[in-house]
Design a protein around this ligand. Structure first.
Ligand code: ZN
Ligand code: ZN
Length: 664
């Protein structure tokens, strides 16, 4: 072999050829990292192919080969290539993202496999007895593990229905086959509780990958997986790239989770990557959730995924009662009379309370305090957001704009308000109403410090906190037997989120939050405050009725041709100068219209993003919507090629997001 094709770690969507000096012939292999000259620089890249003849005249030689072993095997190479093509991200950048930073440091000497020599001993836990539903699900899954076939399962199990025990027993089966398993969990769910359950069952065979590992811990863990010492990998999103040798099972816990979408390049969705990796490794993939994403449930309904259902809580515990408080009748918009009363009772009885509020003061939508009407775009059905510049409300999908209303178009009352309550405001109110209660607020402001989550959760678990107030951070997978009341301060904040998935997010959050109570011996109660008590997402959450919600929401998606009936591509045009950004966005939109003619693609926008300015950059958006993802991919490829030649696009960046999870 004389020449190597190299995917370089740069945002360039192209492979480069380098010659292989005689001295490196024996060291070069597919998937190996190489250091190559690039212009005046030396950069890293990965060997993805070979050739006998040069493709261009002036081929430079490979500079050095830093590692002993390849970074990627053939399977991972195919996976990263697919990711690169599907999400329009250069292959080299995908590979860079698939390796932990500590593994990419160039060692002074070639690195050998490290033996971590972990010698902790574990008291192994025994499997629990499964109920009939759990057994049925496990049998189906085991069959697929036995056969070593790629197949996608969707496990729809209500909160506290014993999904984890199914994971554990399926993993045992995988290990018995001599294979390995990857378990993906949202970062926030990697609580000591969850870790303990896996470690208690599998001991030192477990490898945990999470963001609080030090570089050397992470490297050791990575090496333990690579060498086959650890057979069960547990971690957030990026753990899907773990170098397991013989993959036998992938589990995606809380598969509906928004955090599975990577918000920076490569903007992949973990669920899709997991399914692809399962397909390439001929391993079954188990997606699980109490509130499956609409896309996954739709795929299960169509028979693309195999659906398994758990309808009972373990030990036959009952689901908490959910009560809705109509805030249109209340004087205070933070605490209804009823919530306040129930809170007082809990404090007297020394029971714990979780108060939930979705976001931190992102005050932007227009709501009628009298009838609950929210101003939305007639065409896109997303709520209109307030823009301080113009003082108007506008649709950030299609740029429809209107002046603030004084009179409500539904009830003709004069009570239109820009609504938005932040967690800080609620905290102040609690301290005023219940001065002796021990209150802790948990949102991204209070948990910036490392391990602050664990500190707050620990204190709450030990009963040192009476009221825990927080954002969606506290909604997930936590298990606090002492909590008997969960209060949702305002369901309206999620319901009016300027995104077509607002109802789905609301239903998921309310269901997950409700699942945080009634997990111990004491029965739990949930109180949801809202100006839209008749909304189907709220009503379905009250009745714990996933099916009912799914049907209504699916119909809405069908009518407006939103996913799962279409795919979206979000183009964000960002730059430091507002007028340049706007002009460029118009140019992108024009070009998008040209290239997508006759391809069944609709172009929405350009429109300013709801968060118009982030870190000094102005942002406008253009949305491509189409039923077939292949057509979208084609149009996108032509569009990006066209944009490269456009003079107007100087000074701005176009960010491509295929299948965006949120459009802010
Ligand atoms: Zn009204
Ligand atoms: Zn619109």
């Amino acid at each position: 072999m004389k020449y190597a094709s190299v995917a370089v770690e740069l945002p360039i969507n192209k492979l480069f050829q380098y010659s292989i000096p005689a001295g490196f012939q024996s060291q070069i292999a597919i998937g190996k990292r190489v250091i190559v000259p690039f212009g005046q620089r030396k950069i890293a890249g990965y060997v993805v192919g070979f050739a006998e003849k040069p493709e261009v005249a002036d081929v430079k030689p490979i500079e050095s080969v830093p590692d002993v072993f390849p970074c990627f095997d053939a399977g991972m190479l195919r996976l990263t290539q697919w990711l690169s093509e599907y999400y329009f991200c250069p292959w080299g950048e995908v590979m860079k993202a698939a390796l932990p930073a500590c593994m990419r440091k160039i060692p002074k000497k070639p690195r050998r496999t490290i033996d971590s020599g972990r010698e902790e001993t574990y008291q192994r836990s025994k499997p629990f007895r499964l109920n009939a539903e759990q057994k049925q699900a496990l049998t189906l899954l085991n069959k697929s593990i036995e056969e070593g076939k790629s197949r996608v399962f969707l496990l729809h199990g209500i909160t506290a229905s014993g999904k984890t025990e199914i994971y554990l027993q399926a993993i045992v089966n995988t290990l018995n086959k001599g294979k390995q398993a990857i378990v993906l969990v949202p970062e926030i769910s990697l609580t000591p509780q969850a870790r303990e359950r896996f470690e208690a069952r599998f001991g030192e065979e477990t490898a945990l990958l999470h963001s609080h590992l030090t570089d050397s811990q992470r490297r050791q863990t990575w090496e333990r997986i690579k060498s086959g010492k650890a057979n069960i990998v547990i971690g957030p999103r990026s753990a899907i790239f773990a170098p397991v040798r013989d993959l036998g099972l992938i589990i995606v816990d809380e598969e509906h989770e928004n955090s599975y979408k990577q918000m920076e390049s490569p903007r992949y969705h973990l669920r899709e990557v997991a399914i692809k990796r399962g397909e390439l490794s001929e391993a079954p993939v188990l997606l699980a959730s109490a509130t499956p994403s609409l896309e996954s449930y739709y795929n299960a309904q169509r028979g693309e995924y195999s659906l398994m259902t758990l309808t009972k809580r373990i030990d036959d515990r009952v689901l908490p009662g959910v009560e809705i408080v109509d805030m249109r009748d209340e004087r205070s918009h933070i605490f209804s009379h009823y919530l306040k009363q129930e809170l007082e009772k809990r404090l007297e009885r020394k029971e714990q309370v979780i108060l939930f509020l979705n976001r931190r003061g992102f005050s932007s939508f227009s709501l009628c305090r009298q009838c609950g009407y929210v101003v939305r775009c007639k065409r896109c059905s997303v709520s209109l957001t307030y823009h301080a510049g113009s003082g108007n409300f506008l649709c950030h999908y299609c740029n429809y704009e209107e002046k603030p209303r004084k009179i409500c178009p539904r009830c003709q009352g004069g009570y239109m308000r820009r609504l938005g309550v932040g967690t800080q405001q609620v905290e102040k109110e609690i301290r005023k109403l219940f001065p002796s209660a021990r209150v802790e607020r948990m949102d991204s402001d209070t948990t910036a410090a490392r391990d602050s989550h664990m500190r707050i959760f620990g204190a709450f678990k030990r009963g040192e906190i009476d009221i825990l107030l927080g954002t969606q951070m506290i909604a997930k997978g936590l298990d606090f037997p002492g909590v008997t009341l969960v209060g949702v301060i305002s369901a309206d904040t999620t319901l009016s989120f300027p995104d077509f998935r607002a109802s789905e997010r609301t239903f998921q959050l309310l269901t997950q939050v409700a699942g945080r109570t009634g997990r111990g011996a004491l029965p739990g109660k949930v109180i949801i405050q809202t100006h839209s008590p008749e909304h189907y997402a709220v009503l379905a959450a009250k009745k714990h009725d996933y099916e009912g919600f799914y049907k209504e929401e699916l119909e809405f998606r069908r009518q407006l041709l939103y996913p799962p009936f279409s795919h979206l591509v979000l183009l964000t045009i960002a730059g430091p100068k507002e007028d340049v950004v706007e002009l460029s966005a118009r140019s992108v939109s024009d070009a998008a219209n040209e290239v997508s003619q006759g391809k069944g693609i609709e172009i929405l926008g350009p429109a300013p993003a709801p968060l118009l300015r982030i870190r000094g950059k102005y942002r406008w958006q253009v949305i491509l919507k189409g039923e077939k993802v292949t057509c979208l991919h084609q149009a996108l490829a032509s569009l990006l090629e066209e944009l490269e030649n456009r003079h107007k696009m100087r000074g701005v960046k176009v960010i491509v997001d295929v299948d965006p999870a949120a459009m802010l």
